[in-house]
Design a protein around this ligand. Sequence first.
Ligand SMILES: Nc1ncnc2c1ncn2[C@@H]1O[C@H](COP(=O)(O)OP(=O)(O)OP(=O)(O)O)[C@@H](O)[C@H]1O
Ligand SMILES: [Mg+2]
Length: 318
Amino acid sequence: MMEAPSYNPKQTAELLGVPVKALQAALRKDAYSPTDVWDLRAKLSKRPPSIGSRKQLFLNFKGGTGKTSLSSSYAFRLAEMGYRVLLVDLDSQGHATKCLGYEGEDFSLTVLDVLVRKAPIALAIQKTPLPNLDFVPSNLSMSTIDLALMPLAGREFKLRNALKEVDGQYDVIIFDAPPSFGLLNLNALMAADDLFVPVLADFLSFHGLKLLFETVQSLEEDLGHVLDHVFIIVNAYNATYKLAKEAIEALRTHYPEYLLPQLVRQCTKFAQASSEGVPVFLADRECKGAHDIQAIINEVTSRLATKQAKPVESKRAV
Ligand SMILES: Nc1ncnc2c1ncn2[C@@H]1O[C@H](COP(=O)(O)OP(=O)(O)OP(=O)(O)O)[C@@H](O)[C@H]1O
Ligand SMILES: [Mg+2]
């Protein structure tokens, strides 16, 4: 189980966006729990800026590009910032579940039960020590989900429909997708408002991207679903590699409207965090990875809050 983080007065005041004095006037403590912070948000009316109610998918058909590392730490940090977050683990490897500190095999209900066996999603949702961070776990029993979805009517819309049950309960629902091309990921795309595509700065990643954007386009044409935003995130960037710089140049040329200028640098704390089952922010708040994910959150939330984000245009770079 995830260990509850503890915040000193300075960190708590920063999370709430108030001076330390105001914090201590409301509640004086040496160490604040996530529940203290959540209660103080209500008491001090310090909810973060609204970004609407969003469903965000981290997907790349290629494996090992950072979908899980980025989605789980992004989800965790948004929750620390005061958003109500649900992280949905769609991968039978159960890595997002592990990144939050849990073992997928300890849970009996997964997305498979919800989509195929009509279990209410509320029964599959698990709590964490952060009162505003929930998750739907995954484990190996999920590995047959593409086959199980195949004969069902409306098989592309199962996830989208299941989530209607929790409408209004979360500010952000985040999906961590498996590296595969099948019905579950089609469901994830159909449920998503925004698509985050973690890529490595190498040229092998390009084929996968082309396939991904072709899929997004056919979704629009065949199933009538248009994504609001697409964000390509360069992950594990190492500025000393000449090839990495060239790959970014190529991404900038081919996908200028999607590529986020903020990138995530190579950072060993991701490996440490996932092996210890803690979000990267708890492994080391000062590490490059934590810093870079915060920068991405700042950029994305400000675009969503002001609606400046570039919507997916008809002129698509495929
Ligand atoms: N910015 C980074 N710097 C260094 N290592 C990283 C970074 N991001 C991810 N990693 C490491 O790369 C590996 C793959 O990351 P991760 O599991 O997040 O990718 P994934 O896309 O979810 O993989 P899969 O396709 O298997 O689901 C992990 O060992 C992780 O610790
Ligand atoms: Mg993964």
